[in-house]
Design a protein around this ligand. Structure first.
Ligand SMILES: Cc1cc2nc3c(=O)[nH]c(=O)nc-3n(C[C@H](O)[C@H](O)[C@H](O)COP(=O)(O)O)c2cc1C
Length: 210
C-alpha cells in the first residue's frame, strides 16, 4: 500500500497499566494491525515520561488523522498524555501565527469511561457532559488548527460484559477503517455528541465519501 493510497492515522495510546486493561486492550488490538495505522503506545515508549519531542513531531507530520486513545482519568487524560501535549505542542510549531504543522489534520478522542452515559449529563452524577469535559482537549486541537471530530466514547466500563467490550472493539475498528477510507459521513457525525452512537447510520459502503 503506498503512502498516498489512504490517509495516514496516528493513534496516540495512553494507558499506564495495559496488563490490567479490559477495554482499551481490546480496542487497541482491534485497530493496531490496520493498514495506514501507526500505533504509538506512549507508556511503552516513555516509561520515564521522557517524551522524544522530535520523534513525536515527526509522527504527527506524517499523519492526516490523529486519534487520542485512553481511559478517562479524573475527567481528563492519563498523566503521560498531558506531558506529551505540554512538550510536543510547541509554540511556533503547533500553534502561533507562523505555525502550520498541524493545520487541517483531523483529530478524534477515543475514550473509555467507568461512568455511564446517563451520569455524564447536567442532572447526572458527573454534572457535565463528556463533550463539555473534553473542551480543554478540543480547544487545544483547535488552537493548533486541527479539525475536531465528536469522540468515540465507550461508557460504563465497570460493568461491561466481554460481549459488549468485543462489540465496542468491532465498532472502533469499523469507525477507524471508515475514517481512513472516507466512508464515514462527517457532516452527519458532527451533529452528534458521540461518533459511535449508531455507526451504521454514519458509515457508507463503497467509494470515498469525502
Ligand atoms: C486514576 C483513575 C481515574 C479515573 N477517573 C475516571 C473518571 O474521571 N471518570 C470515569 O468515568 N471513569 C474514571 N475512571 C475509570 C476508568 O475510566 C475505567 O476504569 C477505564 O476506562 C476502563 O478501561 P480499561 O479496562 O482499558 O482500563 C478512572 C480510573 C482510574 C484508575
Amino acid at each position: 500500500m503506498t503512502r498516498e493510497a489512504h490517509p495516514q492515522i496516528l493513534i496516540l495510546f495512553a494507558h499506564p497499566a495495559l496488563e490490567k486493561s479490559r477495554v482499551n486492550s481490546r480496542l487497541a488490538a482491534a485497530v493496531k494491525d490496520l493498514a495506514g495505522v501507526t500505533f504509538n503506545d506512549l507508556y511503552e515508549q516513555y516509561p520515564e515520561f521522557d517524551v522524544d519531542v522530535g520523534r513525536e513531531q515527526e509522527l504527527l507530520t506524517g499523519a492526516d488523522l490523529v486519534i487520542l486513545q485512553h481511559p478517562f482519568f479524573w475527567y481528563s487524560t492519563p498523566a503521560l498524555l498531558k506531558q506529551w501535549e505540554d512538550l510536543v505542542l510547541e509554540h511556533g510549531w503547533a500553534y502561533g501565527s507562523e505555525a502550520t504543522a498541524l493545520r487541517g489534520k483531523r483529530i478524534l478522542s477515543a475514550i473509555t469511561a467507568g461512568g455511564r452515559e446517563e451520569a455524564y449529563q447536567r442532572e447526572g452524577h458527573n454534572r457535565f457532559t463528556m463533550a463539555e469535559l473534553l473542551r480543554p482537549i478540543e480547544q487545544t486541537a483547535r488552537l493548533c488548527g486541527m479539525d475536531w471530530l465528536p469522540p468515540f466514547a465507550v461508557h460504563g466500563t465497570h460493568r461491561m460484559s466481554v460481549e459488549q467490550m468485543e462489540r465496542h472493539a468491532a465498532d472502533y475498528r469499523r469507525a477507524v477503517e471508515a475514517l481512513r477510507d472516507g466512508r464515514l459521513d462527517l457532516a452527519a457525525a458532527r451533529e452528534r455528541s458521540r461518533l459511535n452512537d449508531d455507526l451504521d447510520a454514519l458509515i457508507r459502503d463503497g467509494d470515498r465519501a469525502d
